[in-house]
Design a protein around this ligand. Structure first.
Ligand SMILES: CC(=O)N[C@@H](CC(=O)O)C(=O)O
Ligand SMILES: [Zn+2]
Length: 313
């Protein structure tokens, strides 16, 4: 019996995957997953079967983000059901394979949890990315990890924006978790970033083990940063970028940005100010991979979510 009158039940989370190389040039995830594929003792738990998996081996081989198209945008219903076999773009074929192994997406057979390991060139520190504010299992996991790593910190980015949300590799799981750690240049390994990622994974797996052992987690609150708006670089009539991230904003991920604050600096030295309606928390500031996506940074708004008590069904 539960000691809380409002606890959410989730089935045991036995099948867990750790994805690396969804982007082939994000080296912490690639390296950790390769390491754990050789020897997975570190990521196994008594009641958890963990499968480390390289999702985009061709991109890893070439040390590039992707070969034909971004794998972390490819898990749409259209792609996952597209006929065409070998004629499809490589990442669409790969998405279908991953969906067969770890999904099918949205079905009871899908993996319980997928951690997808990413690095960013932005100064974001440790960031966990969620896709739903209603997944109390994941919210409890966030609370557990935050407490376990204190006084170090990790923030939670909530991407459930109707237009800005995308179809991620991890979205085939019942409980998708993105882990984004930076700053780390593309194709580069930094020991501090690698170790930070490793520690988060350890606590995440400990949480799942405790849950599977039957531990009940009391209600809690979790601070999240909800994706609000995509901000592009200023451009001329031909679409060419005419300004850079302003020095005051550069590396200022998660710092409040207020109306009137400097945002961009044109090549001839003019400052462009933020014109929004209130305080936002910018993140993914000057991420290298987002130039092709016309995104200089995203704004987020801070909110506190309530997670119900959870226990194993
Ligand atoms: C820099 C980077 O690749 N970020 C990830 C974020 C995520 O996993 O949601 C992406 O755009 O797919
Ligand atoms: Zn990535």
């Amino acid at each position: 019996m539960s000691s809380y009158n409002n606890s959410a039940c989730y089935s045991e989370a036995r099948r867990v995957a750790i994805f690396g190389g969804t982007h082939g040039n994000e080296m912490s995830g690639v390296t950790l997953v390769n390491l754990w594929m050789k020897n997975s003792a570190e990521v196994q738990r008594k009641r958890v079967e963990t499968k480390p998996f390289i999702t985009n081996p061709k991109a890893v081989e070439k040390c590039t983000r992707y070969v034909d198209t971004d794998l972390n945008r490819a898990f749409t219903p259209e792609n996952l059901s597209a006929p065409g076999g070998d004629d499809l773009p490589y990442e669409v074929q790969r998405a279908q394979e991953i969906n067969r192994i770890f999904g099918p997406k949205g079905s009871p057979e899908a993996y319980d949890v997928i951690f997808d390991l990413h690095n960013t060139t932005s100064n974001m520190g440790c960031t966990l990315i969620l896709e739903s504010s209603k997944d109390h299992f994941n919210l409890q996991m966030m609370n557990y990890i935050k407490k376990a790593i204190a006084p170090a910190s990790c923030l939670v980015l909530l991407n459930e924006h109707p237009l800005l949300k995308y179809s991620t590799s991890r979205s085939v799981a019942k409980h998708p978790v993105g882990l984004e750690v930076g700053p780390q240049p593309q194709g580069v390994l930094r020991s501090n970033i690698f170790e930070a990622m490793r520690v988060i994974l350890k606590h995440a797996l400990d949480f799942i083990e405790l849950f599977n052992e039957g531990m009940e987690f009391p209600p809690c609150t979790v601070e999240v940063f909800r994706v609000s708006e995509r901000i592009d670089y200023p451009r001329d009539a031909n679409g060419n970028i005419i300004a850079m991230v302003h020095p005051n904003l550069q590396d200022g991920d998660w710092e409040p940005l207020n109306p009137g604050d400097p945002m961009f600096q044109t090549f001839d030295g003019k400052t462009i100010h933020y014109q929004g309606s209130g305080t936002v928390y910018p993140t993914f500031i000057n991420e290298a991979a987002y130039y092709e996506k016309q995104q200089a940074f995203v704004t987020t708004r801070r909110e506190t979510l309530v997670a119900s008590a959870i226990r194993k069904a």
